[in-house]
Design a protein around this ligand. Sequence first.
Ligand SMILES: Cc1ncc(C[n+]2csc(CCOP(=O)(O)OP(=O)(O)O)c2C)c(N)n1
Length: 691
Amino acid sequence: MPGTVVSWERWIVGTAVRVTYDARAGVRPPRRNIRLDKPGNSSISFYCKEARVPLLTRIRGPRDLDRLSLEELDQLAGEIRTFLVDAVSKTGGHLGPNLGVVELTLALHRVFESPKDKVLWDTGHQSYVHKLLTGRQDFSRLKMKGGLSGYPSQAESEHDVIENSHASTVLGWADGIAKANQILDRDSHVVAVIGDGALTGGMAWEALNNIADGDRPLVIVVNDNERSYAPTIGGLANHLATLRTTDGYERFLARGKDLLERTPVVGKPLYETLHGAKKGLKDFIAPQGMFEDLGLKYVGPIDGHDIEALESALARAKRFGGPVIVHCLTEKGRGYQPALQDEADRFHAVGKIHPDTGLPIATSGADWTSVFGDEMVRLGEERTDIVAITAAMLQPVGLDKFAKAFPDRVYDVGIAEQHGAVSAAGLAHGGVHPVFAVYATFLNRAFDQVLMDVALHKCGVTFVLDRAGVTGTDGASHNGMWDMSILQVVPGLRLAAPRDADQVRAQLREAVAVDDAPTVVRFSKGAVGPAVPAVGRVGGMDVLRESGTDTPDVLLVSVGALAPMCLEIATLLDRQGITTTVVDPRWVKPVDEAMAPLAERHRVVVTVEDNSRVGGVGSAVAQALRDAGVDVPLRDFGIPPRFLDHASRAEVMAEIGLTAPDIARQVTGLVSRLDGRYGSAAAESVEPARD
Ligand SMILES: Cc1ncc(C[n+]2csc(CCOP(=O)(O)OP(=O)(O)O)c2C)c(N)n1
């Protein structure tokens, strides 16, 4: 039916275009490859394959790559970049890293036979191309509830293995899988892709030590783009740089062989002699001694955007039959000018952006991170003994301003949280006060060091935990929901959970004033809300709402950023005739001495935290009350000990029942049971706490 196209809008991002077609207007659709879909009364929506990615849309699985010519592969690489920019600009995600591994991923899937062979990705943030080539091309809900995960996911595909997204684990996984292959006599290859950033993590070196000791087939692809977020630092980075800039040994050898073999009589024997002295010669030409000394064959450096060269190197490595390192040089953000121009992190991870300019679509208000970052600069000006530590995340944790102001007082230790914590102990022992800013989830790595090095030695180190609580879209591994549990067991450690920007500033100051024990300041991801004023103080705790009676029902203990929600709960309870005091302990570890006497004046204690319910603040308060002989009933609300699927923060909070109405309903049930106000039937009908 003829009609007019009245609006164009990209539909499944990058692969199709949705056209709204007005059937009454009498003009033909503009494209031939349009498929009608969902005819309506006066307008028809139909979809046409996006002419820009015709090859990509035909790839249903890795074996579809086998029949493509080199020219077609080049075209496909271009289409994948078009797709990535289109898709990720709409949803946000790890754009730069994925633009850098397009050719590498194509070559990997042509040389290896996934899923029989295991293609493993370190961290997994660079697996979007892998997803596209393994049957997952609907990126319209990337990182959203029900959509694709931002990392590999076993639930999504048989081609995915590691989904933890904490860096530097891939070589351990590869080592284990290669050992299992050997024991079970399985005909399968293992290939582990690791970035130069992730290679700075100690776990990677522990695994290399084991891998080099065996003769199991295992291909390690070092994806060297010279960057973590910012340029990768340290001795290893310098070594990789030397390998990059030196004329490749293999090329030299090939040239030498050609030359010598063309020289009659002496040529061949001389080549053999040189080849016999291979290692010494190799070190002379390209100082790759470190890998070779470990017992690992080294191939490279390879141009990571030359599919032919990549395939040839990977095929050789696959044939080799032992552990091999293939060193590939790639460019983060390849093919996308706004990313290449971004000095800070080459669009390592972006929010929604304008695809043409790379500019953010929405700028949010002040966030927790920058409140901390600004206060660090002020503290740095006041105290010359304050130094800062980051584990390869200077800008994401807000230390970039401090680094600019005090370049000699900031240490990027690489993706090395454990070492960062121990180094902080050393710094404190040496007489300065380190502030180690790190995402809450990544502190898990350094638990033993916080316990044994910092706390046992009574070192004055401040840990600032960003992205604490539910973070949502990055999925199970990125929620900061364990810190307040694991840190509870650390003797002497003090932990602050500021509720607003003023408290971040104040509690950071209180933390760095402690010089004989570890202190922790934890806050959430994203925009910081308006100030939540205190109406009083009990002990060291802020009272956020008085109950207005001498015989109050509920003591509501609010942790950190949940203060506004707790005030809302109190309002809802008020409507049920339940009187509530709301306190913010500020320092949640140790439990404030005023907590037990205050609790005793109430009929019920309720704690609300965005941390695991297991071993969190609720448990600590319950224990403190028991120790004080106060047996007021306590209900603790927090995150169930589950791995939470990716979704927005609000969706996750709703799913686990951490919302004001949910909690108010349960507390109402509890209070009504206590006083029999609504009879037992009504009380029974209240949902139990989710676990
Ligand atoms: C234990 C841990 N610490 C920090 C991070 C945050 N992080 C994610 S990717 C990344 C940089 C990775 O650099 P690299 O391995 O070189 O990969 P690229 O993004 O450059 O491809 C960092 C620090 C993490 N995922 N895990």
